[in-house]
Design a protein around this ligand. Structure first.
Ligand code: NDP
Length: 330
């Protein structure tokens, strides 16, 4: 059995990150106690930032990017894993400081891996990807804070993106009335197909706003940050909860304390990268139970490793709809 494999590797140059397709051997992989035959990866917003150099995501050069992958365990010195186990990896600095998913092989710490439930195939795991797993973490946060369908509508911002699309599918299946905020009016039918009951133009939320506005939603999943998040908070109903996971508009949060001290709302920060294993296992269990796999298929397109560099440009330009599954062996 050959230990050669194909990978997309990024090197540092004065002009920014340079991507090239290379053939490597296992000796090129980093330390870890589990070797995985990678089957699928995906393109998340963070991968786009890494490959284009739009943000300093990559901390070790040269590096195989790709913050997530699914595959089968090939070799393991970790007590929880044996050859043949189907696994998924999201985050933990993979694709940032440790070689990632844009390769046919990966060597990682077993502590970073999660065994996939039977109901989620390896391909579906990357249709979900870090974006979808993060959407699940946001929904869990709303649930833990008592946002039930009877409390009122739930808003999803960045609706036609990866986090947004999965969040809409999950929330509608759980019985919530979902309002989708998007800059892509042409995607209204797509968003309604995923379960959105109402579409609003993201321009309604993206400009500087007032400390408090009309109470419009009991909960929100925000993938956008900046003025959008400030306005989302200002329009959250008394006692409501907002799960904030993204920065597509910006890293800033030009908000006031008014919604917190006058309406008792909660702002939950969502981090997928270092989330503990118990939280990940809960998220995948719930994705297996509560994500409509037909909707997941409807929001996903397939791509090859060769497509990743141009998809990285597209995702930071806000041009990718839903989710992209990258078949690293195609
Ligand atoms: P996508 O690019 O797929 O989705 C982002 C969406 O945000 C776009 O589709 C677009 O939706 C909207 N958007 C883009 N630019 C702007 C803008 N300038 N103003 C307002 N809205 C904008 O990315 P992902 O879904 O993969 O990720 C979404 C965000 O969540 C990213 O910021 C990402 O870094 C973050 N993230 C965070 C994680 C965590 O652990 N906290 C994990 C995963 C993702 P539309 O066209 O509908 O308007």
């Amino acid at each position: 059995m050959t230990d050669k494999f194909r990978a997309l590797r990024v090197s540092k140059t004065d002009q920014g990150p340079k991507s090239e397709f290379v053939t490597l051997t296992e000796a090129d992989l980093m330390d870890g106690d589990v070797t995985v035959a990678v089957e699928y990866s995906t393109v998340n917003y963070k991968d786009g930032l890494a490959l284009t150099g739009r943000a300093p995501i990559i901390r070790s050069w040269p590096l195989i990017p790709g913050i997530d992958f699914s595959g089968k365990v090939e070799k393991s010195d970790h007590k929880e894993f044996k050859p043949g186990d189907r696994v998924v990896l999201n985050g933990f600095g993979v694709g940032e400081g440790h070689n990632g998913g844009y390769a046919q092989k990966a060597r990682v710490k077993g502590d970073w891996l999660v065994k996939l439930p039977d109901a989620i195939s390896n391909e579906q795991a990357m249709a979900i990807g870090t974006a979808g797993y993060t959407a699940m973490l946001c929904v869990l946060a709303l649930e833990k804070n008592g946002v039930t369908p009877d409390k009122g509508d739930v808003l999803v911002t960045g609706a036609a993106g990866g986090v947004g699309s999965v969040a809409i599918a999950l929330l509608s299946k759980l019985g919530h009335r979902v309002i989708a905020s998007t800059g892509r009016a042409a995607e209204a039918d797509y968003l309604k197909g995923l379960g959105a009951a109402e579409i609003i133009d993201r321009n309604e939320l993206s400009a500087p706003g007032k400390p408090l506005g009309k109470e419009r939603w009991a909960g929100a999943v925000d993938a956008v940050g900046s003025h959008t998040l400030a306005n989302v908070l200002a329009m959250t109903k008394y006692g409501g909860t907002v799960a904030a996971c993204g920065l597509a508009q910006g890293l800033d949060l030009p908000a006031s304390v008014a919604p917190f001290i006058l309406r008792g709302i909660t702002l939950c920060g969502i981090d997928s990268v270092m989330a503990p294993k118990s939280v990940r296992i809960e998220a995948y269990k719930r994705l297996a139970a509560d994500l409509d796999m037909k909707k997941l298929a409807a929001m996903s397109v397939r791509a090859k490793l060769d497509d990743v560099p141009h998809l990285a440009n597209d995702i930071v330009a806000g041009k990718v709809r839903g989710r992209v599954i990258v078949d690293v062996n195609a």
